[in-house]
Ligand binder design. Sequence first.
Ligand SMILES: [Zn+2]
Length: 190
Amino acid sequence: MKKKPPFNQEMSIRGANRRLFARSPLVREKLEESRQEFPRYKKDGTRAKKNWVKRQCEVCDKWVGSSKIAIDHIDPVVPPEGFPASYDIWDRITVFLKRLWCDKSNLQRICDTCHDVKTSKERIERLIEKYTQELDRIEIEINYWDNHQNMLMDLPKTHKKLLSKYIAKKKTKGLEKIVERAQNLKNRLL
Ligand SMILES: [Zn+2]
């Protein structure tokens, strides 16, 4: 039997609200804005009774079946830069709810293909933000070591290992600058 993951209050509140929002009049209204029926044909070439209802993606302008389109927040619900470290759960939830229950101008119809592209772009942006902060810290330590080499004998060894984590991302599209920066920092330790 599959083990149930432990209850996460924050994620449960987020998920429940996302589901509520998905059924809200605002979302329905946005979907209904674009609706076109296309003839559907049976295998023998004759016209089927029911037409094919399609909706238009606002990113690529293609018409796709209703099951292949979603309502998306242009400015994402979870801020790309994340939440400030000083926030507690209720601060984060307040910001999350305000961004989720946005007005119509921040909503767009997006097809599954465009959604995948957008999601992976956002993921890369979040990674760049995170890695940049981490590398900033590492660089400060290396600068310090530069001036106090006889005090921090172990630093090159530990930090070369730290940096290899970023250099290993060579094949991830979009992280080229991070990889290059990590490689340059590593070179300073040789
Ligand atoms: Zn699209």
